[in-house]
Each structure stands twice: as C-alpha cells, then as structure tokens.
Design a binder for this molecule. Sequence first.
Ligand code: GRF
Length: 216
Amino acid sequence: MKIGILISGRGSNMSALADAVSDGRIPGATVAVVLSDYAAAAGLKHAADRGIEALAVERRGRTREEHEREIIAALREREVELICLAGYMRLLSPVFIEAFRGRILNIHPSLLPAFPGLDAQGQAIEHGVKVSGCTVHFVDESLDGGPIVVQRAVPVLDDTEETLAARILQEEHRAYGEAVALVVSGDYEIVGRRVITTNKINRDRQDEQDKKSNDE
Ligand code: GRF
C-alpha cells in the first residue's frame, strides 16, 4: 500500500513512520511521497535525506480549492492509497475528505475527544488533567473527531507545555506506526465510531503470546 505523508513542519512523526516502514513494522507499505504546504519545512529535507520523494505544494495566492486540487492530483499520480497527516497545519475541505474517504489518518497530541484543535498540550495543562496522551484517528469532516484507531496515555507531571509535548511526542511516534500497520493490514472494521480489530489480529496476538510463554 502506498502511503503519502502530509506535513507542514519538522516532520518527526513522518520520520518515525518512515522508520517503521523501513524496519518492516508496517508490512506491505511504502512511503510514496512526503508533501508539505510549506517549502521550508524541515521535514521535507529529512524525507529527501531518506531517499523519499519530498514535494512542496504551496498555497501561494491560490484558492483553497486550487491548492487542494493540486495536492490530490499529486497523490493520485503516485497512486497513494493512504494519507497520513503528520503535523499538517491546514484543515482539509469536504471535497478532499470525500476524495479519500476512510483513507486519511491524523495524529493529535491529546486523548481525544479531550482538547481538539490547536495547542492540545497547553489546553491539557491549563485544564489540570492528570493524564493526557495522543490519538491516531481517521479524518472526517469534524475537527479531530473521526473514529479512533490507537491512543496512548501519558501522565501529566509537574510539566510545562514543552516538557509535556516532548513526552507525548515519544508516544506519538510509537502510536502512529501501530495505527498505520493496522490500517494497512486491513484487519479492522469501523462500526459506528468504533474501530474494531478483526479476530485474525487478536488470534495472531494470542498465538504470539502463547509462543512466548511456551518459550519461557
Ligand atoms: C505533533 O505533535 C502532532 O501530534 C501534531 O503536530 C505535531 C507535529 O510534529 N498534529 P512533527 O512535525 O511530526 O514533529
């Protein structure tokens, strides 16, 4: 399955996904392109250094529709089947979402549905929660509201926004690879809002655990 990763900035989640693909943790996946709406995004250079096609499609005076049309065309040309938003700072229009319905993932630095939108880590500290974390979810028309694939919890300690963001980021890097591996495997169903892994995955996990405990 060809993956397209959309970024706007440093691209650490993009790098973590690229590592997961090259380490064989996402069987059957390749990263076809890393695309940024900002030509100076550090993540584009990291992608190019890894030998991944790095493409800038800037908005530059065009309408949102024109800009998105070019991005969609670039993704289709490369036969991208799964889009991973990784710090992509633009909201996708309903036209974009419809073009790739059920095939767009996003990572968000909170345990959704808490703290959607910008500055999720700051919102968590401000609210005084004791646990936050990260969420990988399918993208639909709602703001950070699509079906949840993977979540990981991170305790909130005596944190600043920066220290909390850094600890959440470590979990993001693990969570995104896990979520993409599940979606690429196709071993899930979406029932209402719930992403349910099919029995096969559960059986395989059980077999692996049984094997480990037999070996011990
Ligand atoms: C991450 O915290 C991600 O959850 C959010 O934007 C940040 C992107 O960081 N959507 P990076 O560019 O992947 O390093």
